[in-house]
Write a protein that binds this ligand. Structure first.
Ligand code: BES
Ligand code: MN
Ligand code: MN
Length: 462
């Protein structure tokens, strides 16, 4: 038996190469044009789980994209870790802003990643982070050190709301029974300061359509005399925040949990440089809800953002027109206790109520999900912290994240287990953006840290 680090060093080129092969397949779940690629990726994940030593590896069909399942049950008396990840990725556009093609992975050095980072869509979110678990499994199998039972459940619809996974989880409670769920699909503070994500925000995503006249009109002949849906839509959107950047939807904050001064002081201890933050984004000043600092605004406070807005003429040159319709996609990030169905209803009622009679408004809910917070006084958290402390030489800091993984709240409801979010990505890894990348350091550090989680979780379960 080899020690873990020497196993990783011996096999790291292959580990990187295998991830590159996975990243070459454009598994974009949002775009039906990539259907075959999504399915091909599921097959590759399936083969990788078999090679890593899993038994009963299968492609589980769902109404949507398949779920890849595999397990290694060494002793039913031992604890079981359920690993979740996703093999689908976000669309790559705007493609022209990538320095290298999104599905032709390249390794480049950056200031933050002096040992190099893999640039490709999905490198960090979540193929790179998910594959760390597959390689950690290989390592534990090869080194004969798997201390407990493992189940893998890797889905292909996370980036579009995990609808099929909800369907699957509700029907397979027994198959998925576990003592803890382990996910690497979040971030950490920096490569010298690990953190464990203890909260995720919920989400309500809606699309709105404002219709004015029944056809596009000449803006000279009709301008000023009928409602311009784009003017109206932008005005309605602007009214959704007040001068303090509070959201104006009645009832929106009713269930928001206010953190105590002590909890907020504790949060403020996490290392953070506002200057570095502004510099990295090339902004003069930050912006947000009055009364809260940046790390509160993006983690413990709910938000409302327009994600896209369109209508009218956007082609070359000028066309004088009043469009018949205007559209926007709007997301609301929610905090625990806010129910996303309730918030969606509040939004719909409010948005319809503020529309002038001169237009018709339609609000179409897309997907959503509940937020999540997890305490730190459980063995899952403690085992994770012990694992990080050993591989990074410093304790991990608990930190709430602003992102969403809606399925985590469902796991708790349906499978009755806590989720440990051991993320190894960095905010600067540009997930969902052009030039997404994942540090080689982070990838290998993850493979080194994960087996220790298994070890300590098993020890602490006794
Ligand atoms: N992995 C992300 C979520 C994430 C990233 C959480 C970093 C915390 C830190 C996930 O793939 C994602 O993008 N989720 C979506 C929601 C989903 C329903 C489309 C999100 O947060 O926008
Ligand atoms: Mn993800
Ligand atoms: Mn994502």
């Amino acid at each position: 038996m080899q020690d873990n680090l020497s196993y990783i060093n011996q096999h790291k080129d292959r580990f990187i190469d295998e991830l590159i092969q996975l990243l070459k397949i454009p598994s974009i779940s949002a775009d039906p044009a990539y259907k075959n690629d999504v399915i091909k990726t599921a097959d590759l994940v399936k083969e990788s789980l078999k090679k890593a030593g899993c038994d009963n590896v299968e492609i589980c069909e769902t109404p949507g994209y398949p779920i890849v399942y595999g397990e290694k049950i060494i002793d039913p008396a031992l604890p079981t870790v359920l690993v979740y990840g996703h093999y689908d990725v976000q669309p790559a556009d705007p493609i022209e802003l990538w320095d290298s093609p999104p599905f032709e992975p390249v390794i480049k050095k950056t200031d933050i990643h002096p040992e190099g980072a893999i640039f490709a869509r999905g490198a960090c979110d979540d193929k790179g982070q998910m594959y760390m678990h597959v390689k950690a499994m290989e390592l534990m199998t090869e080194n004969d050190q798997l201390p407990c039972n493992v189940k893998f459940m890797i889905e292909g619809e996370e980036e579009v709301g995990s609808e099929s996974l909800s369907w699957f989880v509700k029907r397979n409670q027994e198959k998925l029974a576990n003592d803890v769920i382990l996910i690497s699909d979040t971030g950490m503070i920096s490569n010298t300061q690990p953190s464990i994500t203890t909260g995720l925000r919920g989400l309500s995503y809606v699309e709105v359509e404002v219709t004015g006249p029944n056809r596009d009109l000449h803006s000279g002949l009709y301008g000023g005399a009928v409602a311009n849906p784009i003017n109206i839509l932008t005005k309605m959107i602007a009214s959704l925040h007040d001068e303090n950047n509070h959201i104006t939807i009645p009832g929106f904050y009713d269930k928001v949990e206010e953190l105590s001064r002590e909890e907020r002081d504790e949060m403020a201890k996490a290392p953070f440089s506002l200057d570095a933050y502004k510099k990295a984004l090339d902004i003069e000043e930050v912006y947000g809800e009055a009364g809260y600092v940046t790390n509160e605004r993006n983690a413990i406070r709910p938000t409302l953002d327009v994600n896209g807005i369109w209508g009218g003429y956007t082609g070359e040159g000028a066309k004088t027109v009043i469009a018949s319709k205007a559209f926007a996609k709007i997301s609301m990030r929610l905090v625990p206790n806010q129910d996303w169905h309730e918030i969606t209803d509040l939004f719909k009622n409010h948005f319809e109520s503020i529309a002038p009679k001169s237009v018709k408004v339609e609000v179409k809910p897309h997907h959503g999900g509940q937020g999540y917070v997890t305490p730190i006084d459980n063995i899952g958290y403690k085992a994770a912290n012990k694992a990080y402390t050993e591989t990074f030489g410093i304790q991990a800091i608990p930190q709430r994240s602003g992102g969403s993984i809606p399925i985590v709240a469902l796991f708790e409801k349906e499978l009755k287990s806590k989720t440990i979010l051991m993320g190894f990505g960095l905010d600067s890894d540009a997930i969902h953006s052009p030039n997404e990348h994942y540090g080689i350091f982070n990838y290998l550090k993850g493979i080194e840290t994960i087996p220790l989680f298994y070890k300590y979780f098993t020890e602490m379960s006794k």
